[in-house]
Design a protein around this ligand. Sequence first.
Ligand code: SF4
Length: 315
Amino acid sequence: MKKDSTASASEAAAEVRPASAKGSAPARKTASAQSPAPGKKPGKKAASAKKAAAGRPGAESRTALVRRARRINRELAELYPYAHPELDFENPFQLVVATVLSAQTTDLRVNQTTPALFAKYPTPEDLAAAVPEEVEEILRPTGFFRAKTRSVIGLSKMLAEEFGGEVPGRLEDLVRLPGVGRKTAFVVLGNAFGRPGITVDTHFQRLVRRWKWTQETDPDKIEAAVGALFPKSDWTDLSHHVVWHGRRICHARKPACGACPVAPLCPAYGEGETDPEKAQKLLKYEKGGFPGQRLNPPQAYLDAGGRPAPPLGAG
Ligand code: SF4
């Protein structure tokens, strides 16, 4: 995130854009397809989405909501065809540790920290036997490093002692690991075991509220309500799409509505910057021409013009 704010606008403009049609200048591409044309507001569809925003009883039927939600997901799938977990990992153990470390910090900071951790402690047995102070030193950049050290050593001990050094593939086992809640467990199940799961993080909560997919505020209830709008097989990709959109375009404080391809389907259009040029400058990561969060992103991301994040201390 820091990278975004420190790069100049001219640097952003000069940066390489994703090469593929889908990945390149998405806002511009979709501007002709679905999002509002420069200087214009979204049309009819936005008006009906606005009705839903009004929250009037009967403003949007259940069927219409399901259709609109799935259209938004399809739009996001086109916008982020290379969406993936933004934590670097090579196996389930690395993913569970990285996810625990990602609390209260950016995935980028975790990705910059874990190479040293996994080089020194490649297995649960190694980390279980670690000297806590030495782990704390490595984890310091991620914040809350003492609590995180306790969690990762604790979960490594449990993996070594109760699960034969393997990360279990069941929700009920995963949530028993120190520092692992449902959110972490779903990230692990979805991305290391291919089990469908919805990850309700801060971006997910904000966006589904803006889209009026649910009025729930409790993460477990949001998970259930949103899960009911989609087939189970869509859940993991849906989670990536929504989180990616929240990180790149639909920001907490200033969403880039004027550069947002889902604007015609969004009841909250206008909550952020609607001027297309100004909105374009708010885009982050590859959509703004900046590096991503992973030091080792998947090939599809690189093929689309995305750039890897720099290692710790390199920028
Ligand atoms: S950026 Fe604006 S239009 Fe797009 S999803 Fe967010 S609030 Fe809606």
